[in-house]
Design a protein. Structure first.
Length: 189
């Protein structure tokens, strides 16, 4: 058989094989369709990672005039115009002592980069941005609710961390840890 004929036959077979791809993709079931029949994949579909905002723990800004049914109220509108009435009324449910271990972990994860490991404003990023010390008499004079509101909504150069530390109880743990840092530093720097 001449070489050209073999070449033409191979091209024809390749063309038919490629034309048959539509049959394969349209008629043969996908392995993804089988996942619902494997128990551990079926459970993964219901995991919190699939629907992260189904939980009431994740803060969302409600529409103006909305009344919260459950969870935490939103006082951002008054906070952004420097009205601290609601913030100052908040009471920290977490005691200062013993030192909350989770508060320590959250502080060192989210806050120490700017405010430093001891709260002196000397973190790696804080030195460049001018993060304030948490140990000054002014910072020690803030109410717990005020510090909580700064964590939740941000203020000045500090961005909001309410979407990162999204559980209210965790934010209060950070507030208690900041108070612990202030108490161990002698209340001033």
């Amino acid at each position: 058989m001449p070489r050209r004929s073999v070449h033409r036959i191979l091209v024809a077979v390749a063309g038919l094989a490629l034309a048959g791809c539509n049959w394969w993709y349209n008629d043969v079931p996908s392995p993804d369709d089988l996942m619902e029949h494997i128990p551990w994949f079926d459970q993964m579909v219901g995991s919190p990672a699939i629907f992260p905002y189904e939980s009431g723990d994740v803060p969302r800004t409600p529409p103006p005039g909305a009344v919260p049914i459950d969870g935490e109220a939103d006082w951002f509108d008054e906070w952004r115009v420097l009205n601290t009435t609601t913030a100052n009324r908040l009471v920290n449910p977490v005691p200062r002592t013993p030192v909350p271990a989770r508060g320590d972990t959250l502080y060192h994860t989210f806050c120490s980069v700017c405010h430093g490991p001891a709260g002196a404003g000397d973190g790696l990023v804080g030195r460049k941005m001018g993060a304030p010390s948490l140990l000054t008499p002014r910072a020690a004079g803030f109410s717990d609710g005020y510090i909580y509101s700064i964590i939740r909504y941000g203020r000045g150069i500090m961005g909001q961390y309410g979407d990162k530390i999204y559980r209210p109880a965790d934010r209060w743990l950070v507030v208690s840890y900041v108070r612990y840092l202030q108490d161990t530093a002698g209340g001033g720097n």
